[in-house]
Design a protein around this ligand. Structure first.
Ligand code: NDP
Length: 399
């Protein structure tokens, strides 16, 4: 039985639904639920009722509501592509009903930007006892970058020492300022303090203060800034030989200027303010006035390049490899009507789900992507739209 319940109907969910719909051999039946049922109905109309057989309204902040829906649909797996705030209620619902779980981003409390796995890892024993599995962070970064690291460790090194994950969006959507995935989560991630792992401890940096100009294959040189990203936490735990792990993301000057102004005037704050007798969270309001990331696909040009530099030792010699994918915004739009950031997240979520349902990756408990054998997942990336390359190279980092 390979019936899935997908929760969320935003940019990433659109890709997951369409990719799952193309693969009846992995996903016999798709059910789709979200806060706004009209968005589910729209996706159902695009894909066809024969593939998305049921649509439902659900408030996934409420574990009981999700559990009731799971009892009604009886899926083998819940694919959570709503927001990180819903991770724990959906995991609670999976525990209550004995159904497997997958997501693409770690749980976030509403009132503080944390980006850490502690809450979800705390479910490990309960999932194990119940005989169900949770796969965490099955997007691109986290997700594919974790699998790239596991693949490098398995096939190219005896021991891995230095890890630099790089995320470049070399595309142009023609808007003055927009985020490529949920603006609230994206801006929370970028405006928090930077953090990297070195010699057994975390080191903090001011937000967007450490820069390297990196040359990305098929994109060119782009200013790249050190950020904290959640996969660093699980990777340094699961690969204890790592001496230093960092994450870099590209931002253009125009984007950073807008972000600075918004920050300076208080629009990126997650602390509620009083406005005409109501409590309003500035960042939530900002989200409401920014372009919907799903609407950026039309006319979006250029490539993304996301990958992992790994330096380590093989047969006593140090070497560096870069594993990466290039993804073209316009090709994604032609295939599934999405931009590349949604696509590079949705395709791995679909592949992760297929790996679980076919029991390539299946063990009770709560797991990160690098804890499984990477080979079949890497094959499926090539097969389902995210082909990757491996090159041996010099480390491009100055420090
Ligand atoms: P969107 O904002 O486009 O979509 C989120 C969807 O979740 C919307 O349909 C929204 O409903 C729904 N939703 C929100 N709250 C609830 C609720 N309480 N109950 C039910 N549904 C709810 O986000 P994206 O598609 O851009 O992102 C989806 C997820 O993917 C996020 O968790 C994001 O962090 C993650 N992500 C991961 C990446 C990776 O590489 N690992 C990269 C990019 C994103 P409504 O339409 O009513 O607002």
């Amino acid at each position: 039985m390979s019936r899935v319940l997908i929760i969320g109907a935003g940019g990433v969910a659109g890709v997951v639904v369409k990719k799952c719909a193309m693969l009846p051999e992995y996903f016999s039946e798709i059910h789709l639920a979200s806060r706004t049922v009209a968005k589910c109905e729209k996706l159902q109309a695009e894909v066809g009722k024969d593939r998305v057989v049921g649509v439902y309204q659900v408030d996934a902040d409420k574990a009981d509501e999700v559990a009731d829906l799971i009892r009604q649909v009886e899926p083998a797996l819940v694919i959570n592509v709503a927001l990180p705030y819903q991770d724990l209620p959906i995991m609670d619902a999976c525990l209550a009903t004995g159904v497997h779980y997958l997501d693409t981003a770690n749980y976030e409390p509403k009132d503080e930007a944390k980006f850490e796995y502690s809450w979800q890892w705390a479910y490990h024993e309960r999932f194990k006892e119940k005989g169900i599995m949770a796969l965490l962070g099955a997007g691109f970064d986290p997700g594919v970058t974790n699998v790239f690291t596991a693949y490098a460790a398995k096939h190219y090194f005896d021991e891995i020492h230095y890890l630099d994950i790089v995320d470049c969006n070399g595309g142009d959507h023609g808007q003055a300022f927009a985020t490529n995935f949920n603006p609230e989560i994206n801006i929370r991630e970028i405006t928090q303090r930077g953090k990297f792992w070195e010699n057994g401890e975390w080191h903090e940096t001011d937000p967007i203060s450490v820069r390297e100009d990196l040359d990305y294959p098929n994109v060119g040189v782009r200013a790249s800034y050190l950020l904290f990203h959640e996969e660093l936490e699980s990777l340094v735990k699961h690969f204890p030989t790592i001496k230093r792990a960092r994450f870099w993301m590209t931002f253009g000057e125009q984007y950073l200027t807008h972000l600075r102004v918004l920050e300076n005037v208080g629009m990126t704050s997650i602390q509620p303010v009083d406005f005409q007798g109501q409590k309003i969270v500035p960042l939530e309001f900002l989200k409401a006035v920014l372009p919907n990331p799903g609407s950026l696909a039309e006319g979006y040009t250029g490539l993304t390049c996301i990958g992992t530099y790994v330096t380590g030792v093989k047969d006593g010699k140090e070497k560096t490899i870069f594993i990466y994918n290039n993804c073209d915004h316009s090709v994604c739009n032609a295939e599934v009507g999405a931009q590349a950031v949604s696509y590079t997240t949705g395709v791995p979520a679909m592949i992760g789900a297929s790996m679980m349902l076919q029991e390539h990756w299946m063990k009770p408990g709560v797991w990160n992507m690098e804890q499984f054998d990477p080979d079949e997942f890497m094959e499926r990336l090539n097969k389902y739209g995210l082909p990757w390359q491996v090159v041996e190279c010099e480390s491009p980092f100055k420090r």
